[in-house]
Design a protein around this ligand. Structure first.
Ligand code: UDP
Length: 238
């Protein structure tokens, strides 16, 4: 697979065309941004960890019947995926209070949410990814009612699968962000990434943060946390 022209450069990845029009190459970067790109830095080894974590978890989800864009991992730090049209709605699933939800509603961090919450946000860096209703997304033509229902159902199934998988590896899945896309056939499939950049992972016993919050909040041991999350995620358990 020959990598072709740069299609898009995001904060954490570059996307290249390939010689197959339905396949794109994602090259993950070590660059890190937070607070709507006001804080910038670099996390050594992050690109490789995030690509490998995404590949591993998407393979797991595929094995459980969740359609994803993943094709395979050609080299460390890179993923080949189906080309999709990204749906401009970021989907956040929450199992514990944290981050923007805790702040917006004046709640302490770490309260268990027994019935997981699924939020929709507009995918817009300029506007800071504002929370929106499904009705706003439909009004704006971002997705149809049927697509949003499918996204909501997939997000809940993904949460149930990942939560158990991660808890078996002593990680609490606090919250995470998903993006979906339409493939050439118009089918809604899971896209983007699943990594310590896009999920909050806490140690099951100590609640030590093993994700991007270590960078956001200058907690130290950032590289080590990404490696530790990855090591646990790929580990075999009985
Ligand atoms: N998240 C993300 N990209 C975003 C916004 C959020 O990957 O643009 C992830 C974030 O890492 C966390 C979850 O989604 O795991 C919920 O994030 P939250 O809304 O609490 O916002 P944050 O605290 O990151 O500002």
């Amino acid at each position: 697979m020959q990598s072709g022209r740069l299609l898009y450069e995001g904060k954490a990845k570059k996307l290249f065309a390939t010689d197959d029009p339905d396949v794109v190459l994602h090259v993950y970067k070590d660059d890190a941004t937070a607070f709507n790109a006001q804080k910038r830095g670099s996390i050594a080894g992050k690109g490789q960890v995030n690509a490998a974590t995404t590949a591993h978890l998407m393979r797991f989800l595929e094995s459980k019947g969740i359609p994803t864009h993943l094709i395979h991992q050609p080299e460390p730090g890179m993923l080949l995926t189906q080309k999709v049209e990204i749906i401009g709605v970021e989907v956040i699933v929450r199992n514990y209070t944290a981050g923007s939800m805790a702040k917006r509603l004046g709640l302490e961090e770490g309260l268990k949410i027994h019935d997981p919450i699924v939020e929709f946000c507009l995918k817009s860096d300029e506007l800071g990814d504002p929370l929106m209703l499904d009705q706003h997304a439909i009004f704006m033509g971002l997705a149809t009612r049927a697509e949003l229902d499918e996204i909501q159902s997939l997000a809940r199934r993904i949460n149930t699968l990942l939560r158990t998988y991660l808890l078996d590896r002593d990680l609490i899945l606090v919250d995470f962000k998903l993006e979906f896309g339409r493939n050439r056939a118009g089918k809604v499939i899971l896209a983007d990434e699943i990594s310590p950049d896009t999920c909050r992972f806490w140690d099951r016993t100590t609640r030590k943060k093993l994700d991007k919050d270590r960078f956001r909040r200058d907690l130290g041991e950032v590289e080590e946390a990404y490696q530790e999350a990855y090591r646990r995620i790929i580990s075999e358990v009985n």
